[in-house]
Ligand binder design. Structure first.
Ligand SMILES: Nc1nc2c(ncn2[C@@H]2O[C@H](COP(=O)(O)OP(=O)(O)OP(=O)(O)O)[C@@H](O)[C@H]2O)c(=O)[nH]1
Ligand SMILES: [Mg+2]
Length: 493
């Protein structure tokens, strides 16, 4: 085993830099490719995208999303290169001619960074860096960098650091191989137990140790929040706002609740989950959550690390998908959202589709086109408020769990239950016979549960005992009993 001091110069940097790919520290020959900082902030950057035969791309402006991501990260975009190619080049991802074109573009614009819209292999990054003498960052790294910059809570910081280290770990070998090549130093290739191999082991161990430590810390934080999420779901009707990044989730959240969520044109404005009470009217309320947005090709490790942040969403009883229909790529974004929800396991609850930002559409017929494809969707503007009045009834329908028109008979002395019917349900008719009150009402499954929870055991629904009536009329609207949200109650996650 190598003496610890020997490994610590480079190895310790790996761990101390929170997994950023900076094992190039101390590599004197790489002065022109400064990898000390992955951070792309304020760097002059060239964007590169390669569309493959199968992958999605925006035909009108293929680099628009990457541009927004790069700008969110703080980079200054000084050049762009886009290529359609059947298959990426194994060695440099781009073809030979394009690599030369890229090198020229970098030189001409004084760029210090190249950002790829694709995911590159570590060796492709190494080869490209050699040939362009410029730092290369791929899409996953860029997104990780944005998350690292944005993370504000202890939980989000831990999650990002874990994702970064997980990303770095399998790349350590390639980084050391690359280092060996460019320094022309001792061979560090596969199967060679040279100093590089020892170094690699030390690095791996350091990264592993740090990962174990971070995961333990995260678990500690999560223990409490997992309990809270479970409790909240038991007591309340929970609704999760989900959608592509920048769709307008936080803006909508602020409109519907007391607010306080950070809304911003930059991507990934929200990284943690926020929960507020949403008054649905008639004494009913839901707990609404706003969370991190989704994006196409979200780095795998990031999804895994943020699973806990998304737990609120996964377990909520209803999902509202917010879609920015003013975005050219809305269809792809909608597909990404559905796919991500399936991936994280949010598959059991109903999904309501909200077509947001209709105020930005120059041609309102576009709304009609969306409604043709998604007849149950709701066109709104979270900014102007247009269309939002229809959202509550939609949610109430789910909340109530199947509204039925029935006759409820109960003793006149059951004043609490009578008050409940009068206040919380739509009463169509009321008659009093002897000591019995008979109400013709429109009532949902959840309200029947609430009525029974109040003690209404003596009531009859269409002449049947409550449990018989529930089985007969609501068999397809099984919902868990949810206690009424007390108005003063307010949870902030
Ligand atoms: N014109 C218009 N702009 C909107 C509407 N809804 C949101 N926006 C704007 O879109 C941008 C993004 O809104 P956010 O609410 O931060 O979006 P988000 O979905 O929470 O985004 P992330 O947290 O980054 O995932 C902000 O500049 C909002 O002002 C809308 O209905 N109309
Ligand atoms: Mg947000």
């Amino acid at each position: 085993m190598a003496p610890p001091e020997k490994g610590l110069t480079r190895g310790a940097t790996v761990a101390s830099r929170l997994g950023r790919r900076n094992v190039y520290d101390g590599c004197v020959n790489m002065a022109d490719v400064d990898r000390d900082e992955l951070r792309v902030a304020a760097e002059r950057a060239v964007l590169v995208g390669v569309a493959h035969s199968r992958g999605y791309y925006d035909e009108e402006d293929p680099l628009s999303e990457l541009r927004a991501l790069a700008q969110t990260a703080g980079a200054e975009v000084v050049g762009e290169l886009f290529q359609k190619r059947g298959k990426p080049d194994g060695r440099t991802f781009l073809g030979k001619g394009k690599v030369q074109e890229l090198a020229a573009l970098i030189a001409m614009n004084g760029a210090r960074l190249v950002i790829f819209d694709n995911e590159l292999s570590p060796s492709q990054i190494g080869n490209l860096e050699e040939e362009t003498s410029c730092k290369i960052v791929d899409r996953s790294e860029l997104i990780l960098d944005i998350f690292a910059n944005r993370a504000a809570t202890a939980q989000a910081k831990l999650q990002v650091e874990i994702a970064q280290l997980e990303y770095t770990y399998p790349r350590l070998r390639a980084m050391w191989d690359h280092l060996g090549q460019v320094t022309g130093g001792a061979p560090v290739g596969i199967g060679t137990r040279g100093p590089g191999e020892q170094q690699l082991e030390i690095d791996r161990r350091l990264v592993q140790n740090r990962l174990t430590h971070l995961k333990r810390e995260l678990e500690h934080i999560l223990e409490r929040s997992t309990r809270e999420v479970a409790q909240r779901n038991q007591i309340h009707f929970t609704v999760g706002l989900v959608g592509y990044t920048n769709a307008g989730k936080s803006t909508l959240f602020n409109r519907l609740t007391a607010g306080g969520a950070f809304a911003d044109p930059k991507l990934f404005a929200t990284l943690s989950t926020r929960i507020e009470r949403w008054d649905l009217g008639g004494g009913n309320a839901a707990m609404l959550s706003d969370t991190v947005g989704f994006i196409r090709n979200l780095p795998h490790h990031l999804v895994a690390s943020f699973r806990s942040t998304l737990e609120e969403t996964i377990s909520s009883k209803l999902l509202i998908i917010v879609l920015d229909v003013s975005d050219r790529n809305a269809q792809m974004q909608l597909e990404t959202v559905h796919a991500t929800l399936d991936e994280i396991g949010a598959t059991t609850q109903p999904r309501i589709l909200v077509l947001n930002k209709i105020d930005r559409l120059s041609d309102r017929r576009e709304v009609e086109a969306w409604l043709q494809k998604h007849p149950d969707a709701l066109p709104v503007s979270a900014v102007s408020g247009e269309g939002l009045e229809k959202l509550k009834p939609l949610v109430m329908e789910q909340f109530l769990g199947g509204v039925r028109e029935v006759e409820i008979a109960l003793p006149m002395g059951d004043t609490r239950e009578i008050m409940f019917l009068e206040k919380r349900t739509q009463v169509l008719d009321r008659q009093y016979e002897d000591s019995t009150a008979v109400f013709k009402v429109r009532i949902g499954r959840r309200q029947v549960d609430q009525l029974l929870a109040q003690g209404g055991s003596r009531l009859k629904i269409n002449g049947l005992k409550p449990h018989e009536a529930l089985a007969k009329y609501w068999e397809d609207a099984k919902v868990e009993a949810v206690k009424r949200v007390r108005p003063h109650e307010k949870h902030v996650g």
